[in-house]
Design a protein around this ligand. Sequence first.
Ligand code: REL
Length: 838
Amino acid sequence: AAVCALALASSAVPSRGALAASVSSRAVAESAPIFADGPVRGGFQLMGAGLVPTIVVDPADAAVVRHAADDLSDDILTVTGQRATIAAMPAGKTAILVGTLGQSPLIDRLVTAKRVDISRLKGAWESFVIASVDRPMPGVDKALVVVGSDRRGTAFGVYEVAQAMGVSPWAWWADVTPKRRETLFVRAGVHRFGPPSVRYRGVFVNDEDWGLYPWAVKTFDPERGDIGPKTYRKVFTLLLRLKANTLWPAMHHTTAPFNSDPANAKLAEEYGIVMGSSHAEAMLRNNVGEWKDDPAKFNYATNPEGVKGYWEERAKANAGFESLWTVGMRGIHDTGMVGPKTTEEKVALLDKIIADQREILSRNVNADVAKVPQIFVPYKEVLGVYRAGLKVPDDVTIVWPDDNFGYIRQFASPEEAARKGGAGVYYHLSYLGYPLAYLWLSTTPPALVQEEMTHAWDKGARNVWIANVGDIKPAEIGTSHFLEMAWDIDRWRGKTQKQFLHDWTARNLGPDLAAKTADLMDRYYRLNFERRPEHLEWLPKAESRHLSSYTPEEVNARLKAFRTLVDETKAAGQQVSPELRDAWFELVEFPIRVSAAANMRFFAAERYNAVIDNDQAMARSAGGAAVEAQAEITALTDRFNNQIAGGKWRWLMPEEPADSQWRIYRARSIPLPGAGLTADSGKFLNVVDNAGPTGALTTEAETFAANAGWRLVEGVGRGRGVMIADAAGASLSFKVDVPSNGLSLQLGVLPIFPDGQGGEIVLDVSIDGGPVQRVSWPRAVGAPAWAQGVLDNLLKASVGPALSPGAHTVQVVARTGRVALDQLRLAAPEDVPTHENH
Ligand code: REL
């Protein structure tokens, strides 16, 4: 059959000259399929029974190209069961020819012979062409040619071929078993990719102590007993498969500093990965592990020579590698710089530090320091120092941070964007720190990331994008989404969260379940956005008055929504083919079920506490439900760590994330099963199941009566989405029916930062055409109102006195750009602190 198919394929090729077939081949869209399962007009068969191409790589090409070719050979074996050999010369009639412009004599010969059209490729950054070429060289009838503009471009091209065959970038990291294909046909045409929307794109492996580190130490690389070259090789390959190029490596004190073993940096160089370091690790130095002197001497005001020598050492050692040098200075770890007291002193010292660092770079890396890629990250307290007048040299990229909760604190002004070094973003998909961490699951909705990152890009953040991805797992979806936007900012622009999820799950888990999976994950993000599973147990006294409390009806509705989600997930899981069951569990089932169980555990325990003194039966049942939920979390975690993928992820998934308050909460609230609690959760769950409709007093922003200038962003906020006003003056009107006395209007907005220098969010509200009332939310990061806002993903404020029962019209006008209105509520005025109103 394969021979017949081959004959069919070649007879379908209209006889065109080799030159015509190559140089003037029509260019097809980046997304157009490269392969077909059967013969296609103008195409050719690449693989079939007894037919496997040689992967031809010129030995003179970059090491990363060879690594990519090796991986492609493995991928071909997985997909077709046949091994494609890698050689310097083709061995049969078909071949995959791979190489870098100007580095691969093989490719340069094809170009000179005009066998492949490289116009627009020369000099481009990380771009590549994948083309079907007739008679590229003597003895070869047909070839799939991958040409990169530079070494990474070629590697991306090779991995693109693997993806086009059906190999997910997550095949290894999330056990996404590729579908077997007996035959593979190449379609005619030239596919052009790149240049990317963002020059340096990558991730920060951070807070690895509870996941990646124990896993590397005890499971993946026990010989090394650390996150070392074996683990980094997997990370680098993943980055290349995701068309990323930059890494901020693990940096906590448990892990040996990346550069303490030269093998790590050497390997990064081999893989073409640009190594950077976080905001707190200037000049590629991991201070927690590398500053051996007295911590008090990590002070530039008193010990400039000592600190300079320490930086110079690294500049010397890593001068030959491609790096992103972080300039500036913070404390040894994630704290402010020590030394100067006043802001003016800080500005002056930081100006001097940066000048001295550049002097070190010019002496060791490149005499023209403007050619050394450098970043400055105004993270946490540093943003204040920057705003106070710090002069960041023009060629240094300012990498704007989010507030650790997914809301970018400041967007580049036109002047800042026009700087030679341009702008970037450092964004958290995982975080450890104040007011509460979220290290366990990955719950930031893609819709929020897309809104923030697209806006940042439009404002000029095109040079560096770094996402803090925690332990990589379980942030697979978020990481893909972030890096896909960094590669092509328009890929998801204007598309909904559900459309992205549908596409992503189709690519990874197959098209059959894509619609269902997208729906499940969309609901997962929405429910967890309202309150992250790590933040349910946040009850310290000083903050609790700010805590958004759920009414019993809302608790019931929430738990019921989770139960339905879990039931549907389990049912959908039945339809997953056996080879994708591990992937399904890791990517979909685990996060959904375990976040549902965390909610059940918390709210059932809360109910137990509330009724223990007056309803023993309900208390026992609710306590039982909490205990059952805890058992569910334990079982799911055990399955993740010990059962799936043959124990490959042992130690990766912590049951009690570092930030969990559960232990504290459990200790002071519910007795353990042994203490007389039955596991009979029936009574409590019945209450949940019988919960009636809620939310009658809520008007979602998207149910407006009239709209001038607001757009709907779905998948973020309560309800279907939020309405975002891009410019001041945009107006939304609502019809609100007030059912009874004593209710006043409250507004809920997302805690995003409006444009500009972190100013407040301002709205004008008018009820029934009456006087305008101004509502504003100051955005002081670190203040209680900000903390409450990011834990709730909502900022609330009450407007005016109680409304009379009956119909009212409410008009809301944005007074700052980028206000994201989530909902209007009717509530007793005392339910919402009005201290935020100004
Ligand atoms: O999230 C951040 O960027 C920082 O807080 C980190 O550098 C730091 O490692 C933090 O996670 C705390 O340890």
